[in-house]
Design a binder for this molecule. Structure first.
Ligand code: SAM
Length: 370
């Protein structure tokens, strides 16, 4: 998952520290892996809200920012495991002694017996082994019904599923059992999904907000229309011309618990069911950010924006954002070196297209109402 986590210790943490205390609410408009929403909610007595077009992002954010006390990971796991185990057993998942091309074929045949809307049909034999996919479905079907247990367990499942996915970084396409990729598929399929879920519960449960906030699926530009003076918006929009939903569709389906019938090697749901962002299209990204800035300025909302300082594949760079923002806000700028994900898109001539992470300068813009 792409994340601002590293930058929190490299300039962004200081920028937040300088501004959060003077505001009443912190609003992460493009929360992604929720690293910034978690950071602020945990450290400051400020109500933190988080939004994203993607459901799995709202799940991750909600698991921490909607709670103001710690939870017990062992009790959570034991209560969840009981119903999940009988559900898992009912799948009769194939467990191999050897993971080779013929087992991958067998796994795909096995998954075909299940309902086309199920996660087992969609992903067993592709992103996950039959055992992993059966656990994902069993655990998803039995997540606790009440809050905050529900949000914590869902987030732990998303984190574990992200770790186990047999794909290069993001879930754009699974590894195939070829001479070169089989070893990567084997490493992923050998992972113990339940151990990863327990580890994620151990990571999430001690974290909590100082003041409980909320996380929702939402479009940043729509949410901005509901903000008010005293709000501090955090803006970390897409910089790629490839839609995020191309890379996170598996986590989206796990967050939802079901999927529409999938197709192609990538096991995608139909295009019209995947969230689509104006920020990930070259012709609409700049108008979208300008519209967002205008809405925030009209409502006397402050903001912190992070963006790479070179032109990105969606056609914008930090200086374009800065020049639009300067007409509406008092702007302070800081430049930091960070590592960011290319989402597998065109990286650089030097490193080739498959490099998933790049080191580059990124700008932090701090905006205050004029
Ligand atoms: C660069 S990532 C954010 C990363 C995040 N700050 C983190 O630390 O993980 C951009 C995010 O914006 C989301 N997104 C794209 N367009 C959006 C929109 N119009 N409204 C809300 N979220 C959007 C994407 O789904 C993606 O999760």
């Amino acid at each position: 998952m792409g994340s601002k986590r590293a930058m929190l210790g490299n300039g962004l943490g200081e920028a937040l520290n300088g501004m959060v205390g003077r505001h009443k609410r912190f609003i992460d408009l493009f929360t992604g892996s929720a690293s910034v929403a978690w950071h602020v909610a945990e450290r400051y007595r400020i109500e933190t809200w988080a939004f994203d077009l993607q459901r799995y992002s709202a799940v991750l954010a909600g698991a921490v920012i909607q709670r103001d006390s710690a939870a017990d990971p062992v009790e959570l796991w034991n209560d969840w495991l009981r119903p999940a185990t009988s559900r898992f057993d009912a799948f009769g998942a194939l467990a191999p002694s050897d993971i080779d091309a013929s087992f991958v074929k067998e796994a795909r045949n096995w998954s075909n017996q299940f309902d086309k809307s199920s996660l087992v049909y969609a992903y067993a034999g592709h992103y996950y082994s039959p055992v992993q996919a059966a656990w994902i479905q069993a655990l998803r079907d039995t997540v606790p019904a009440s809050s905050p247990e529900r949000e914590i367990c869902l987030a732990a499942l998303v984190i574990a599923a992200s770790k186990c996915a047999a794909s290069p970084g993001h879930t754009a396409q699974p590894f195939q059992p070829t001479d070169t990729a089989l070893k990567y598929l084997q490493i992923s399929w050998h992972r113990d999904l339940c151990a990863d879920v327990q580890a994620a519960l151990g990571q999430i449960t001690p974290l909590h907000a100082q003041v409980a906030g909320e996380a929702h699926v939402g479009d940043a530009n729509q949410i901005a229309l509901q903000l008010r003076p005293g709000d501090l918006a955090f803006i970390d929009p897409p910089y790629s011309a490839v839609q995020y939903s191309r890379f996170y569709h598996v986590l989206e389906a796990i967050a939802a618990g079901v999927t529409s019938p999938v197709f192609g090697v990538g096991r995608y749901p139909p295009l019209n069911e995947r969230p689509s962002s104006r920020y990930s299209q070259k012709t609409t990204s700049l108008p979208a950010i300008k519209e967002l800035l205008a809405s925030l300025a009209q409502r006397d909302v402050s903001a912190i924006i992070t963006f790479p300082d070179h032109e990105c594949s969606n056609g914008i760079d930090a200086s374009m954002i800065k020049s639009a923002a300067s007409k509406l806000f008092k702007v302070k700028t800081q430049s930091v070196t960070s590592v960011f994900s290319t989402l597998g898109g065109p990286a650089s001539k030097k490193h080739g297209p498959r490099l998933a992470r790049l080191s580059a300068d990124e700008m932090i813009l701090c905006l205050e109402p004029k």
